[in-house]
Design a protein. Structure first.
Length: 236
């Protein structure tokens, strides 16, 4: 990276500037290990933000010194990303199986909540193609079977919530574990069993209680976790 941030600087930058999740669970379970992964592996240079949306995550990577390219199918969100982050390159294109990049283009591919909208296998193949040999990836995804978020998605569908497009292809634990095994030096992090309830105002003050309950029961009910992060290296 162009700027020499310490691990603590990276973590602070994410926690201060990223407002999308804005909760303690995400910082503890994902931001910290992601920053450790970036720092430990000296991830640098060219990064692809896959499904970048309005570019809020791209902006953080830009501030960390990455040369960021973001791609998303929403013209409105790409316009917003370009307005907010003039130091990065953004592409508006439907991501349906082929990425518009040459082989070995990126040192890092990052995605967050992207795979739930697409067919997985063609894009995973493309990620391997556009990643440099020994390039790194970071995927953060919603899983399918957490009962709280599962019911929430059904309710949003019933009320015809105005999704950009409806999320239809969530990973299961079995499928995301298979993805992990297809790369090397990879790690997988599961989180959130009951803590999704704290997204509702009624339960917000019970966060410490649900956090303790999650730590006890999540190892027994991994298939019901809400979020997962996978990190690793390309194996071509």
């Amino acid at each position: 990276m162009n700027n020499h941030y310490s691990f603590y600087d990276m973590e602070l930058l994410w926690s201060n500037e990223y407002r999308g999740w804005g909760n303690k669970t995400f910082l503890t379970d994902f931001i910290s290990p992601m920053c450790q992964f970036i720092y430990r592996n000296n991830c640098n240079s060219d990064l692809l933000d896959l499904g970048c949306g309005d570019g809020n995550k791209s902006l953080i990577f830009t501030k960390l010194g990455f040369n960021v390219t973001g791609i998303d199918s929403s013209e409105e969100r790409i316009k917003e990303a370009r307005m907010n982050n003039r130091g990065s390159h953004f592409i508006c294109q439907k991501i349906d199986g082929v990425l518009p990049f040459s082989d070995n283009s990126f040192d890092v591919v990052f995605s967050c909540g992207f795979f739930q909208y697409i067919t997985h296998e063609p894009i995973l193949k493309e990620i391997r193609r556009v990643l440099k040999p020994e390039g790194h990836f970071i995927f953060i995804e919603n899983l399918k079977y957490n009962p709280i978020t599962y019911i929430g998605r059904l309710l949003l569908k019933l009320i015809k919530f105005p999704y950009q497009s409806y999320p239809w292809n969530h990973f299961t634990v079995k499928k995301i574990t298979a993805v992990q095994k297809s790369f090397h030096d990879s790690n997988i992090y599961f989180a959130n069993l009951f803590t999704p309830l704290t997204q509702f105002f009624l339960f917000k003050k019970l966060y410490p209680f649900f956090r303790v309950i999650d730590k006890i029961f999540l190892p027994l009910f991994i298939k019901l976790s809400w979020l997962v992060m996978v990190t690793g290296k390309n194996n071509k």
